[in-house]
Design a protein around this ligand. Structure first.
Ligand code: PYC
Length: 317
């Protein structure tokens, strides 16, 4: 952070996109998040610094699609950095596309080169591989299916069936969508998945320990990959990428159903046609997903936070 003039702050950022989904890395966050674990720092960020989250991710500086990533010192000295992910409505657990964006950003900053790099997140450490050609593989935290074939009544759509699974965030995964998973149906997919999320909340359907299911993932056929998805993120924006944590949750369901073997590749297309490659290995009976994709740095600069600006801290969602 640099002081510009009285009442103004400047905060350096680097933007990238991963399969079309933006990540805004905050390089030098001017925040006191305490000295606790990354999980505790995320709580501090959530409870004490929400205006800063909005200033980074919301209009007028960004849009509902942005995922922010606060770059922090790592918890583990072997890791290259710590990171807290957030978006237009709150904080995230892990973020697959965001991790790919952070690794490419660290490369752009000259902090890392091709090879293996550990990254600390509030939900655990992830191992990443930056390949020579710029692709990034994220070895995510363990994924699992929590509940199979849960039925829920969705206003205007009748009974909808889906799996509840965790891939670093909580997902409701629907294979039999009443709306075709095609780009021309974006509005209908958004309307449908928002209603599913409302219905899950209304009927008390949650992840483990009552965790909110804040991502809804719908699958359809693909010409490019094994499947195409549409993912509603917390808020009303959809993921332009195939969603790293959503693909991880999908891998856990495929493994549980015996439909994908250890090491086999699953190609997941997004609603805009970008593709991630996923696979998993089993460790102590747990599904450990790997997701590979590419990100490109496409903008960098400074955010100017001017206390005289009535929308300095972002427009509320
Ligand atoms: O790639 O995991 C992901 C993700 C979560 C929210 C948006 N993208």
């Amino acid at each position: 952070m640099h002081s510009k003039e009285a009442g103004q702050m400047e905060v350096a950022f680097i933007d990238s996109h991963t399969g079309g989904e933006p990540t805004r890395v905050v390089v030098d966050a001017p925040l006191d998040l305490g000295t606790g674990s990354l999980f505790e720092k995320r709580e501090q960020f959530k409870t004490q610094h929400d205006p800063f989250r909005r200033a980074v991710c919301n209009e007028p500086r960004a849009s509902d699609t942005f995922v922010g990533a606060l770059l922090l010192p790592p918890e583990d000295e072997k890791a290259v950095a710590g990171v807290i992910f957030f978006n237009n409505v709150g904080v995230l657990g892990m973020c697959g596309h965001g991790t790919i964006g952070v690794i490419r950003t660290l490369q752009h900053m000259g902090r890392i080169g091709p090879g293996t790099h550990l990254l600390d997140t509030p939900v655990g450490q992830v191992r990443t591989i930056l390949h020579e050609d710029g692709r990034v593989t994220v070895q995510n935290v363990a994924a699992h299916r929590h509940q199979k074939q849960v039925q829920v009544e969705v206003e205007g759509h009748g009974t909808i069936t889906g799996d509840v699974a965790y891939g670093g965030n909580w997902f409701f995964l629907i294979s039999d969508s009443p709306v075709a998973v095609e780009f021309q149906h974006l509005e209908k997919l958004t309307e449908f998945t928002c209603k599913v999320r409302e219905a899950l909340e209304k009927h008390g359907i949650s992840g483990k320990d009552g965790a909110t299911i804040d991502h809804i993932e719908v699958f359809g056929p693909s010409d490019l990959a094994n499947s195409r998805n549409f993912v509603l993120c917390p808020g009303k924006a959809y993921d332009r990428s195939p969603c790293g944590t959503g693909t991880s949750a999908k891998l856990a369901c495929l493994q549980a159903d015996g439909k994908l073997q250890e090491g086999e590749i699953w190609k997941q297309e997004s609603i805009i046609g970008s593709v991630f490659e996923g696979s998993y290995r089993l460790q102590d009976g747990q599904v450990m997903p790997s997701i590979t994709g590419t990100a490109f740095v496409n903008m960098k600069g400074v955010l100017v936070l001017d206390e005289l600006d009535p929308f300095c801290w972002g427009i509320l969602n």
